[in-house]
Design a protein. Structure first.
Length: 276
């Protein structure tokens, strides 16, 4: 409570005097800021990873048959030239061109759910035969899916755990969140949000200075690791393509398809001239 002092001034009692901040308070603020920054970075990285993965699938689905057709035409052109000249060098080039048409090792494992017994996905076979093609999946999760995902990531991220058991629980949960986000499944994401809201809330625990310093170091190392992953994604062929048209990747695919179709027509004219 306040008391009158000489001269009409008021003073505060001992209980109301300013309390000096705890020594760990500044460290705790730094840890909290680092945690939030890391989570935001991981959210952005996961979103970009999903975009790259979906764009890669869409790229393969829409453009794969055109690339395959180009490889086949290149092989036929090289073989026609070698047949006409009989030159050993032309024969070697023809063999190399034909080898490019062969499936890559492990391609059946990479695309096992897209390929039939002839080595083509239903979408690829339809495109080569001028038949209707099933509409491809969206390149990106919807804005609603992004919103729910970000909310869940901020609340349940494993990096917020202070104990291994709690971290394990969060890692298992966030794995399911990431899987639903990759599919753009808003309904599943909302169910997971309800599940998290009904689950146990970990008790807050005051950290010692040594633990806070160790956590800051771990957060820094984690950020460096994620930065390397982000750099690898950005520098990949698909990542570079996405960065060329981040707001309209579908249009980019259409432009590439037009270029590939022009190249196919050019190769077909060249081959026709060689076999006449």
């Amino acid at each position: 409570m306040t008391q009158d002092a000489p001269g009409g001034r008021t003073t505060r009692s001992d209980e109301e005097q300013d309390v000096p901040p705890r020594p760990e308070a500044r460290l705790e603020k730094a840890v909290y800021a680092a945690e939030q920054a890391l989570i935001e970075f991981e959210i952005a990285l996961e979103t970009f990873r999903v975009e790259v993965e979906n764009f890669s699938r869409l790229h393969h689905q829409k453009l794969g048959p055109m690339y395959a057709r180009l490889d086949e035409l290149d092989a036929q052109i090289a073989e026609a030239k070698a047949s006409a000249s009989g030159d050993p060098e032309d024969l070697r080039k023809a063999q190399e061109a034909r080898a490019m048409v062969m499936p890559m090792p492990g391609v059946d494992e990479l695309f096992h759910n897209w390929m039939d017994s002839d080595g083509l996905s239903p979408e690829a076979a339809a495109m080569l035969n001028d038949q209707p093609v099933r509409a491809p999946k969206r390149v990106r999760p919807s804005e609603e899916a992004r919103k729910v995902y970000r909310e869940l990531a901020r609340k349940a991220h494993p990096d917020l755990a202070q104990e291994e058991t709690e971290r394990a629980r969060r890692e298992e949960f966030i794995t399911r969140v990431n899987a639903a986000y990759a599919l753009g499944d808003v309904g599943q994401l909302r169910e997971l949000a309800d599940e998290w809201a009904a689950g146990p809330v970990p008790e807050a625990r005051l950290s010692e200075s040594e633990e806070l310093y160790a956590r800051l170091e771990w957060l820094s190392q984690r950020k460096e690791l994620l930065a390397a992953v982000a750099h690898e994604l950005e520098e990949s062929a698909i990542g570079a393509m996405l960065r060329m048209a981040p707001e309209d990747p579908d249009r980019l695919l259409e432009e590439i398809a037009e270029q590939l179709l022009a190249q196919v027509a050019e190769r077909e004219r060249e081959l026709a001239g060689l076999v006449e």
